[in-house]
Design a protein around this ligand. Sequence first.
Ligand SMILES: Cc1ncc(COP(=O)(O)O)c(C=O)c1O
Length: 354
Amino acid sequence: MSFNYVTEKLYFDNITQLIGNTPLLKLNSVVEKEIYAKLEYYNPTFSIKDRAAFYMLKKAIEENSLKEGDTIIAATSGNTGLGLCFSANFFKMNYICVTFDTVPKEKISLLKAFGANVVICDSKLDSNLEGGYLWVANKINEMIENSYLINQFTDLNNPYVHYTETGKEIWYQMDGEIDYFFSTIGTGGTITGIGKYLKEMNPNIKIIGVEPEGGIYRKVLKGENYEFKNHAVESISDNYISPNVDFNLIDEIISVSDNDSFNMCYETLRKEGLCVGTSSGCVLSGIKKYLTNKALTNKRIVTVLPDLGLKYIDTLYNSEFWKAKGFTQPEDYRIDLKIQENILEAFSKYEVRM
Ligand SMILES: Cc1ncc(COP(=O)(O)O)c(C=O)c1O
């Protein structure tokens, strides 16, 4: 017996080569129609933000704005922070993450574990005004020598990496057969970069934004007055219009309730086997809502699921959080109540609980 020796290299040289080229999975049950979902939790720190974080640093190094030993400062609600910390470690730099007090503690713990110095600001303050987290990040940058402020809201390398990589990956994975692209909007890097690439390849592709109720982008697109209201879905549609959102590329923006987004995360876990974060629940329930008004027969729908659900132990997987928010609990459909009662009764003397 002889082996067919593999001549092509089948391993990666370092972890940064695992950024991007994420799988595209056809979802079959969570929405009535097939949806093609790009699983961004396959990135090294389990979110889409690794792409922009690594690229922003790489470009700053190439442009001689950053070098080994320098300190990177960034205001972020978590995922970009992780991506930046991961990249800073790779390039042997220090990292200060400026964030705010509503970011779940498991995200903060993870950032610290990665080696970030974390500064937590008051979320009630306007992010750009005195004391707000963007303002604080700027001030820290002025205080420290050899520091470099990364601003993902204005850094054009953020949408650019989605234009040159994520958008192109989607186009090739779908063999160009795309009619609709749905995305959440945070800094706008994802929707702007992918939207631009797809529209250039085929101007008929519709780009639809999805945001939680309380977000401001839908009203901004329509030119209406807006008032921001807090929402439980994280990392998107904050009280700030990001300059990296190119509204000319967006055909429509729809909004969905936190309750629907959170419940969709459970449905996605149970019906598709995908453990996704709250913004993924938001975009999928947005697609579902959109389809109740428009059938989109024979149309191919693509979306991006930005991160991993395990990052949300304290909210998504915490029944106390659900109760406090008044969300409808997802049905426990595996065994009926009578069987549960029988189990409890059978083992009552051992104080078994369910
Ligand atoms: C979980 C999650 N979803 C969606 C987004 C939005 O992506 P973008 O900033 O590219 O608009 C982010 C951004 O931080 C995120 O962390």
